[in-house]
Design a protein around this ligand. Structure first.
Ligand SMILES: Cc1cc2nc3c(=O)[nH]c(=O)nc-3n(C[C@H](O)[C@H](O)[C@H](O)COP(=O)(O)O)c2cc1C
Length: 395
C-alpha cells in the first residue's frame, strides 16, 4: 500500500488531538455534569457497541470512515444488522444450565469459544503496534484464533513473535502464481494453521465518500473514476479493486496443491457455490459478505446461512461473519448452522479505543454474552444449539 494511505499530516494531527482528548489530565478538568464530554475508561463499558463510539472519538475521521463504510448505498451493511432482529430466540425453560460448555475445535484448531477474529486490513490505522497488538489481545482472550489479513500493515516477522495462540492467514488471489506460492510459503512458515482465500469482490464505490465530498482520503475510499482520470482498466473498470474478477475454481485447485494446511473459502453466499467449494477441495466454507463492503443489495449472511448449511450437509465446517455485535448474535448464527463465528469491525473498535486490552475486552464481552445467552435459552452445550432454538422472519 502507499504510505499516504497510512499516515497523512491530517491523520497525524487528528491522532494527536485524539490522544489529548483521551488524556487523564484533560478528563479530570472536564465538567463532571456533562458525562458525554469525556471519553470513558474501558472498565465503564459493558457492551461491544459502546466501543464503536470511543473508537470514533479517538480515531482520525478518515480511518474511522474506511472502517465503518459499506458498499455503495450501504443497503447490505444495514441488512446484515437488521437480519438479526428477524430471528427470534425461543428458550427451553426447564433445563439445568449450571455448567455451560463452549469449547470446540475447527480443522485442528482448538478453541475455548466458537469465536475467531475476522481478517481485516491495516491495523496500523488503529494502533501503533498494529497486528502485533491484535495477536497479543487474541491470545489474552482465551487464545482466540486470529486470521491475519493479506493486507497486514507490519511485517510478519513482527506479528508472529507477539504471541503463541493459533494464527490463520487470509489470501487475496494473486494472478502471478509465483507470488501466490511465495505468499503460501510465508503463511505456512509462520505457523499458519489455515489459509482463508477471500473470493468476494469488495466495492470501490462508497456513497458515504460522496457525502464527505471526497475530502477525506486518497486510498481505500478513492472513487473508481473522477472526471479527468484516464479510463479505468481491468477490475477497476467494473468498480472493484485491482486484482479481482479474474480467478476461476482452477486457482483453488492450484493453491490446494501448494498447501499442507486446511484451505477455506471466504465470501460464499449460495448453496451452489458451497457445493463447488467442496468439489474443489476446500476444507471449510466461510459465509461472509465482507461486512457489507462487497456487492451492495446482496443478502445478509444470516439469511443465506440456512441454504448453505443444507447444501453442505455437515461434510465440512461452516464459518460465518458480517454483523456480529453481541453474544445473542453469535447464538443465532450457531442455531442456524454455523460452527464458528468471526468478528470483524468489533475487534477493530476495541483496538482503536483502548489498544490490545480493548480488543481483548471486546472478545471477552462476546464470550461472556454467549455463555449468558446459552444459559438463558436452555442450551448448555454447543451440541444442544440447533434450529429449534430460533424462529426466522426473513423478509
Ligand atoms: C476495515 C475493514 C477491513 C477489512 N479487510 C479485510 C481484508 O483485508 N481481507 C478480508 O478477507 N476481509 C476484510 N474485511 C472483511 C472482514 O473480514 C469481515 O468479513 C467483516 O468485517 C465482517 O463484518 P463485520 O465487520 O460486520 O463483523 C475487512 C472489513 C473491514 C471493516
Amino acid at each position: 500500500m502507499k504510505r499516504s494511505d497510512l499516515m497523512t499530516r491530517r491523520a497525524a494531527l487528528g491522532g494527536l488531538g485524539a490522544a489529548f482528548a483521551g488524556a487523564p489530565l484533560l478528563k479530570a478538568q472536564q465538567d463532571p455534569f456533562r458525562d458525554h464530554s469525556r471519553i470513558p475508561g474501558m472498565d465503564e463499558l459493558t457492551t461491544v457497541r459502546e466501543f464503536e463510539a470511543v473508537a470514533y472519538a479517538k480515531m482520525p475521521r478518515n480511518f474511522f470512515m474506511y472502517m465503518a463504510q459499506g458498499g455503495e448505498g450501504e443497503v447490505t451493511l444495514r441488512r446484515n444488522r437488521e437480519a438479526f432482529d428477524w430471528v427470534e430466540l425461543v428458550p427451553k425453560s426447564v433445563v439445568d444450565v449450571s455448567s455451560v460448555q463452549t469449547a470446540t475445535e475447527i480443522l485442528g484448531t482448538p478453541m475455548a469459544f466458537p469465536i475467531m477474529t475476522s481478517p481485516t486490513a491495516f491495523h496500523i490505522q488503529l494502533n501503533p503496534e498494529a497486528e502485533a497488538a491484535t495477536y497479543r489481545a487474541c491470545q489474552a482472550a482465551s487464545n482466540t484464533p486470529y486470521i491475519v489479513s493479506h493486507n497486514h500493515s507490519i511485517p510478519l516477522e513482527k506479528i508472529v513473535p507477539a504471541a503463541k495462540s493459533p494464527l490463520w492467514f487470509q489470501l487475496y488471489p494473486q494472478k502471478d502464481m509465483g507470488a501466490t506460492q511465495a505468499w503460501v510459503d510465508a503463511a505456512q512458515a509462520a505457523g499458519g494453521k489455515g489459509v482463508v482465500i477471500t473470493v468476494d469482490q469488495q466495492a470501490t464505490a462508497y456513497d458515504r465518500a460522496g457525502h464527505d465530498r471526497h475530502l477525506l482520503v486518497a486510498g481505500p475510499t478513492t472513487p473508481t473514476r473522477r472526471a479527468g482520470d484516464a479510463p479505468a482498466t481491468g477490475a477497476r473498470a467494473y468498480g472493484v479493486p485491482e486484482g479481482r474478477l479474474w480467478y476461476t475454481w482452477k486457482y483453488a485447485d492450484q493453491v490446494k496443491a501448494m498447501l499442507k494446511v486446511p484451505m477455506i473459502a471466504k465470501g460464499i453466499l449460495t448453496g451452489e457455490d458451497a457445493k463447488l467449494c467442496i468439489e474443489h477441495g476446500f476444507d471449510a466454507i466461510y459465509v461472509s459478505n465482507h461486512g457489507g463492503r462487497s456487492v451492495d443489495y446482496g443478502p445478509s449472511t444470516l439469511e443465506v446461512l440456512p441454504e448453505i448449511v443444507d447444501a453442505v450437509q455437515g461434510r465440512i465446517p461452516i464459518m460465518f461473519d458480517s454483523g456480529i455485535r453481541s453474544g445473542s448474535d453469535i447464538l443465532k448464527a450457531l442455531a442456524l448452522g454455523a460452527n464458528v463465528v468471526c468478528v470483524g469491525r468489533a475487534h477493530r473498535w476495541g483496538l482503536a479505543a483502548y489498544g490490545a486490552p480493548g480488543l481483548q475486552r471486546v472478545l471477552e464481552i462476546l464470550q461472556a454474552e454467549l455463555v449468558a445467552a446459552m444459559a438463558q435459552s436452555g442450551r448448555p452445550t454447543l451440541a444442544s444449539i440447533d434450529r429449534t432454538l430460533v424462529k426466522t422472519h426473513f423478509r
